[in-house]
Design a protein around this ligand. Structure first.
Ligand SMILES: *[C@@H]1O[C@H](CO)[C@@H](O)[C@H](O)[C@H]1NC(C)=O
Ligand SMILES: *[C@@H]1O[C@H](CO)[C@@H](O)[C@H](O)[C@H]1NC(C)=O
Length: 875
């Protein structure tokens, strides 16, 4: 220790340390807040070739003459030329150096890592050489930048921008003219770029997966566009880049329109630095023109020329500056007709509006032709806005397997083995951006406003089935259990897995008429849900995973594990699955009356009576109560909403969709700390604020559900005046004023018993308490709902009796009959005593066999197989 201490005091070491800090200060990116993020390049060579003096450009850059420091240049013979003026954007194009033999510029590097190399060319007229006839190559020691390059139009100036990961102490730029030709250059920039600019990992489209190795490639910027905005010049960009407007690449311009906001409202999250793109990029976008009025079924398309022999990184920049509310905008992104991002939900990633997000997608020969087409379009669903946006786009050409960015030969003459890219595509890529996604999501969640205005569009949010072959290694025996027994070997291991029956793909094809579009009963980012009929006549709901879905494997695994452990009359049952041909299919019991929400509004179904609504609410509450208390370690649903409460043919309510479920905290913990998930509009403000999950978060969401049931309107309706958008806030205001009856479903007016409504609304109100500790347990909610039901029944009974009595009295006016016995209306104490009598409100109908569902015993075997399932999925 003493030795180390002494060393620390050694003046030489101290000197080095301070030098280190000094250089850290001057060169390192400081990502604190948007405002003070700056980047000072440690290497910053700006050379005005052939010029005799320094050029100060209006864009803030100062280019030095290469005469002032000719040490860069090594050449046997060169010619300097100049023109007094020309139609060029900058004076650096007015002078040039012409090389008739191979010549090099050498730049010493202070710091390794990413560097911009920008080459400026203008084939100016001069008496020495006709530059429109020059053909030449430009290479570094290991990257071919330009091969047989020429500019044949003498009025065209060109800037080529490259991004190279420099690992050596010097960068050499070698200009090699073709025989009897000449090379020329007007200006050169070699400038450090931040390390964070390109991460090693992107995602690939075909096959869907993660693409690693981005940092080993070199890049040429082919396009850098500011969608819906003006040109951004280098002095307005955080890294001296130029962004051009997108208009010339936009097809069918009538389908698109521009949108913009004040750049100052753009808020960078942690993890996205303004160095990635300035706020000017995110403050403008292209969106769908009049998406709300015309036929919404179209895409907005941009088209670019590219060389399909190379791979490309497409960096898509998004920032939701169009929505009025969170979770109202979902859209797809396609690249050359292939789904690249399915049901992108920016607000669930960024947690707020006007927060930048970008994504790198690697596209190679398998998707490309000589055109690159980027399309954005709405996902086909009813709720939320029909719209799609794009704020910015960068198209970066990737160096090929021999390090060339132009032509198929490398610097050493070796030939590229194949078109495309040398990075690795992770084989099965469900994980794809999912990790990054969740990671980012977790990082960028911020709390600015009360949660409002949102509704997740996908009623089935979970998905993707990662069951691989190889079950046989732990095939321990068959416990066949119910369902139709057709698929022999499948049953064998699926039941040991605790996943229910195994279905062959052919069987499910037949059941769904080959996944007929007409059989679709639900759509989501994960894929479709189909109704199917098994050959024994059983109706089932078949969820077929879309391999492009970003809703990930984790959620799917959670759901499958949860479902296989849970059996309850008020939980939707999993019947089986299919993983043949890498299909990802789950088969559930069919709930013929669909989501509760459809019976409340929007679908013109006959209105439910108040009694039916109470019974459905009670059923759902039982399901939740069972989740919270019935399972060995309680389970938090996390996504309670009216689309996740499904109704069977008898209108029995069952909770569905456990994709977001989490095990409840154990005794020692008081909460589960987790990235915020769930559906806005239903989201517990405390959970959102503190990211601490308890079962009281479900209680909050359930409170919103109760008001939805009473008022028959969505939890979030952005179309309404501001104060009405959020159902929870709005209903609570009326409740507090004692005027709730003014805003209830008109179908209930006059039939609902006021006492029953009061009790119900009180239960809902308690659920919506700001703090979890102030909210009732699901068991308490259940009692209150049962009480509300008794009040309603007693009152209708009293009414009926009253009517009967009146009728009887009228009929037998002469002969007095014995007085009808009117049952007394129960008091709170009665109901409480009654409810207390049962151990809990939730388990009472456990012993009823759930329809179509084979029992899977809750023995340790199930848990063990669930664990093995996790293991074979490599987690
Ligand atoms: C540049 O490449 C080297 C070697 O492949 C790698 O170690 C380094 O991380 C890369 N730098 C950056 C900034 O990606
Ligand atoms: C949008 O483009 C994709 C890919 O080209 C295509 O599959 C989809 O049908 C298009 N949508 C519409 C509504 O045209």
């Amino acid at each position: 220790m003493a030795a180390i201490a002494q060393q620390l005091l050694n003046p030489v070491v101290v000197f080095y340390i301070s030098l280190f800090f000094l250089s850290m200060n001057s060169i390192v990116v400081i990502v604190n807040s948007a405002a003070d993020t700056t980047f000072t390049p440690s290497d910053n060579y700006l050379i005005d070739c052939g010029s005799s003096s320094t050029s100060n450009l209006h864009n803030g850059k100062t280019f030095k003459s290469d005469k002032q420091s000719t040490s860069y240049l090594s050449t046997k013979s060169d010619i300097q030329v100049a023109v007094p003026s020309a139609d060029v954007p900058s004076p650096i194009y007015l002078t040039a150096r012409i090389f008739v033999e191979e010549s090099t510029y050498v730049f010493r590097m202070v710091r390794p890592g990413w560097h911009w190399i920008r080459l400026h060319f203008f084939p100016m007229e001069n008496s020495e050489f006709d530059l429109t006839h020059s053909v030449f190559s430009v290479e570094t020691d290991d990257v071919v930048l330009l091969h047989s390059f020429s500019i044949t139009n003498k009025t065209t100036w060109i800037m080529k921008e490259y991004l190279l990961n420099v690992t050596t102490e010097r960068v050499t730029l070698r200009f090699s003219p073709l025989r009897n030709s000449a090379a020329f250059i007007n200006a050169i920039e070699v400038v450090s770029a931040p390390d964070s600019l390109i991460s090693d990992v992107g995602s690939s489209i075909v096959p869907i997966g993660e693409f690693t190795g981005l940092s080993t490639h070199s890049y040429q910027t082919l396009y850098r566009l500011n969608m819906g905005g003006a040109t951004i010049t280098p002095n307005n960009d955080t890294l001296g880049r130029t962004w051009e407007p997108d208009l010339r690449y936009l097809m069918a311009r009538g389908l698109a329109k521009t949108v913009s906001v004040a750049p100052s409202i753009i808020t960078y999250p942690e993890g996205v630095s303004p160095l990635i793109a300035p706020n000017l990029v995110y403050a403008t976008a292209i969106e769908m023109a009049d998406a709300r009025v015309t036929n919404p079924n179209f895409n907005v398309t941009w088209r670019f020329d590219i060389d399909p022999a190379f791979g490309y990184v497409l960096r898509l920049h998004f920032c939701d500056i169009v929505s009025k509310a969170l979770n109202d905008l979902y859209f797809n992104v396609y690249i050359n007709g292939k789904m690249a991002i399915s049901a992108l939900d920016l607000s669930s990633i960024t947690g707020d509006l006007a927060v930048p997000y970008y994504k790198d997608i690697v596209a190679n020969a398998s998707v490309l032709s000589d055109k690159l087409m980027i399309q954005i379009g709405p996902i086909n669903q009813e709720t939320g806005s029909v719209n799609a946006i794009l704020n910015g786009l960068e198209v970066l050409k990737m160096s090929n397997s021999v390090g060339s960015l132009d032509g198929e030969f490398g610097v050493d003459g070796s030939k590229s083995s194949s078109a495309g890219t040398k990075g690795t595509v992770a084989a099965v890529g469900f994980a794809m951006m999912f990790g990054a996604f969740v990671g980012l999501g977790a990082m960028v969640i911020k709390w600015y406003k009360r949660p409002q205005d949102w509704e997740r569009r996908n009623s089935f949010s979970s998905w993707l089935l990662p069951l691989h072959a190889g079950h046989s290694s732990f095939m321990t025996g068959s416990k066949n259990s119910g369902g139709s027994q057709k698929s022999g070997y499948g049953n064998f291991y699926s039941s040991t897995l605790g996943l229910g029956r195994y279905f062959s793909f052919a069987e499910l094809q037949e059941a769904t008429k080959n996944f007929d579009q007409n059989a679709v009963i639900g759509v989501g980012g994960f894929g479709n849900v189909y109704i199917g009929v098994l050959d024994d006549g059983t109706q089932v709901a078949v969820k077929r995973g879309n391999p492009q879905s970003e809703q990930g494997i984790t959620e799917f695994q959670t759901e499958i594990q949860m479902l296989s452990k849970l059996r309850h009359r008020h939980l939707v049952s999993l019947i089986g699955y299919c993983d043949e041909n890498s299909e990802m299919i789950l088969v559930y019991e069919y709930m013929s009356n669909g989501p509760l929400r459809d019976h409340l509004y929007g679908k013109n179904l006959p209105p439910l009576s108040w009694k039916q609504r109470l019974e459905i609410s009670i059923g759902a509450a039982r399901g939740l109560h069972y989740l919270h208390t019935g399972a060995a370690q309680g389970i938090i649903h996390r996504d309670v909403k009216t689309t996740n409460i499904l109704l069977d043919e008898n209108l029995i309510a069952k909770m569905a969709d456990f994709g977001l479920s989490k095990n409840a905290p154990t005794m020692e913990q008081t909460h589960v700390s987790t990235a915020v998930k769930g559906s806005f509009g239903y989201l517990d403000p405390e959970y959102f604020r503190r990211q601490q999950l308890t079962d009281k978060s479900d209680v909050y969401s359930f409170g919103v559900v109760l008001f939805e049931v009473l008022c028959a309107r969505p939890a979030i309706n952005p179309a309404l005046p501001r104060e009405q958008v959020n159902l929870a806030e709005w209903a609570m205001q009326w409740k507090r004023k004692g005027l709730l009856d003014k805003v209830i479903d008109p179908h209930l007016v006059g039939v609902i018993n006021p006492e029953s409504m009061k009790k119900f609304a009180e239960a809902a109100e308690k659920c919506l308490a700001d703090y979890g500790v102030d909210r009732p347990s699901m068991g308490d909610v259940l009692w209150n709902l049962e009480y509300a039901l008794q009040l309603q029944e007693a009152s209708s009974q009293a009414k009926k009796d009253e009517e009967n009595r009146a009728a009887a009295e009228a009929a037998t006016a002469a002969a007095p009959s014995p007085r009808a016995v009117i049952p007394p209306i129960p008091t709170t104490a009665d109901v409480k005593a009654n409810a207390d009598h049962r151990s809990t409100g939730g388990d009472d109908d456990d012993d009823e066999p759930a329809a179509q569902v084979h029992a899977i015993s809750e023995d340790s075997g199930t848990a063990m197989f669930a664990k093995q399932l996790t293991e074979i999925n490599g987690r």
